[in-house]
Design a protein. Structure first.
Length: 153
């Protein structure tokens, strides 16, 4: 009987330690914040001119700083290396998942990183893309027409 109580206690202790270990190892995912709201600003962190002159990693090339005003009225900032943020522009509505730095990372505790863009859409009541999201340079205004296949004999 004492052996069964010991095994039961050991099993409960193992489950608690395993649960705590899981939360610590996956803190950013467990405490991630889902934010739905309007994009206030999205900016590339690395200047595009740096791509030509320096060695830039893919992470730096696709690194963005994001500011979202949530439906609750709060402003949320995050960084991201998700390439989908390149098409996200100011005044689009977004559904994003923001991962939180753990409290033991003292310099960044409770700030957000690795913002994942889940859904990008026009905000409710809007039928046109926001101003400023249309192509502005002549190259961007050209319609994307696929090249016709050439006949080879």
């Amino acid at each position: 009987m004492a052996f069964i109580k010991f095994l039961r206690g050991l099993l409960i202790f193992s489950a608690i330690v395993g649960g705590i270990g899981f939360v610590i190892a996956n803190y950013s995912w467990v405490f991630a914040k889902r934010v739905k709201g309007r994009i206030v600003n999205v900016e590339r962190v690395t200047d595009p001119n740096a791509f030509i002159s320096a060695r830039v990693t893919p992470e730096q090339m696709h690194s963005y700083a994001i500011l979202i005003q949530g439906e609750d009225g709060k402003l949320y900032t995050a960084s991201s290396e998700d390439r989908k943020w390149q098409v996200a522009k100011k005044d689009y509505c977004v559904d994003a998942l923001l991962y939180r730095y753990p409290p033991w990372d003292f310099n960044r505790a409770n700030t957000f990183f690795n913002a994942r863009l889940d859904e990008l859409s026009l905000c409710p009541g809007e039928t046109q893309p926001p101003a400023g999201s249309e192509p502005t340079t002549p190259e961007e205004k050209k319609p994307m027409v696929p090249a016709l296949p050439t006949e080879s004999h």
